[in-house]
Design a protein around this ligand. Structure first.
Ligand code: DGY
Length: 342
């Protein structure tokens, strides 16, 4: 009997979901969430056929140099800026993500940040907990109205579209800017109008970022872009740290050139720029936009499906449904299909 593929899971997930691998693979999960050094990561990748990893694992040429048996890296995220796809493809290693299953949770959270920043929820709660609430004042804690205003979305993929759909309930005008314009039917369904980036910056009362981090989108919102926005505008980032220049954002918020921000992602997270931490008009969360039980289970299930498919099992045998580097299909070695060993 051929040896069964070994799957390394870099963090605790859901054992009952991973159990679907067990008829075909040996599965080893890390018992606790932690940050691996590059050398630790390389050692683990050298010892498995499949790796189910997350954003903390940055995988490039150096980390896979000794990974002779590694065939697939399944990312527990839709964003995959932690993976060097060129290096993985060159080594014939498949890479997959968890597109789609987290769209609705991330869209919900974008709205939580938008509403929370507009209505100063974080600062008001801190003030209350600090024991400052002595009387209720008519003109205290005034925030911004959302209904009827203009929502701008930069990056109109499936998450951006889910954010747009929710705006109907708030009677908002929705503008978007994207690399490619959406089909008219999708624009209609999202009630959204394509504009160029400068119009998006100029006209949005609420600007939500939902675009991937790539070399082209790094600092897509920097000092120059912030200078084009309304002073009363609110910026929300559920995309990636690095899409925004955090120092420039903090300066704009501090100097009243932007009213507020809601941020789930940061440059260099888990560190957060000290200037942002010092401000009350920014609502901060620790990269949790997709963190619901249902979604994190679904993300695990997608990673499992992708690994099974790459090893020739299930409805997508041979072609993982979330394959990021289809170039590996042509070069794929023929894997011996594993029969369940129950
Ligand atoms: C993603 O899926 O890219 C999220 O940011 C991770 O939670």
């Amino acid at each position: 009997m051929t040896e069964r593929p070994r799957v390394w899971v870099s963090r605790p997930t859901y054992p009952d979901v991973l159990a679907r691998l067990q008829p075909y693979c040996e599965v080893g999960s890390e018992p606790a969430e932690r940050k691996f050094s590059a050398a630790e990561l390389a050692a683990r990748l050298a010892d498995c056929d499949a790796a189910i990893v997350g954003l903390k694992e940055r995988i490039g040429a150096a980390e896979i140099a000794g990974a002779r048996r590694l065939r697939i890296v399944a990312n527990l995220a839709v964003g995959h800026d932690n993976l060097d796809l060129a290096a993985l493809s060159a080594a014939g290693i498949a890479a997959t993500n968890t597109a789609d299953v987290l769209n609705e949770s991330v869209a919900d959270f974008a709205w939580a940040l938008l509403l929370g920043a507009a209505r100063r929820v974080g600062a008001a709660e801190r003030w209350l907990r600090a024991g400052h609430w002595q009387s209720t004042e008519f003109k205290a804690w005034l925030g911004m109205d959302v209904r009827g205003r203009t929502l701008g979305i930069l990056g109109m993929g499936r998450i951006g579209q889910a954010i747009a759909r929710r705006a109907r309930g708030f009677g908002m005008d929705v503008l978007y800017h994207n690399r490619t314009r959406l089909p008219v039917a999708v624009e209609h369904e999202c009630n959204a109008r394509a504009v160029d980036k400068s119009a998006l910056l100029r006209d949005s009362d609420f600007l939500v970022l939902a675009l991937p981090l790539t070399p082209q989108t790094r600092h897509a919102i920097g000092a120059a872009e912030l200078a084009c926005m309304k002073a009363q505008a609110v910026l929300v980032n559920v995309a990636r740290g690095g899409v925004v220049d955090d120092a420039a954002l903090a300066a704009a918020l501090r100097e009243g050139r932007l009213a507020a921000a809601g941020l789930d992602v940061f440059e260099g997270e888990p560190r957060v720029h000290a200037d942002l931490l010092a401000l009350d008009n920014v609502l901060l969360s620790p990269h949790i936009a997709s963190a619901t039980i249902g979604t994190r289970r679904a993300m695990t299930a997608v990673a499992v499906d992708n690994v099974l498919a790459w090893f020739g099992h299930g409805p997508h045998a041979g072609r993982p449904p979330n394959l990021l580097n289809p170039v590996v299909l042509a070069a794929a070695a023929t894997f011996p299909h594993q029969e369940p060993t129950r």
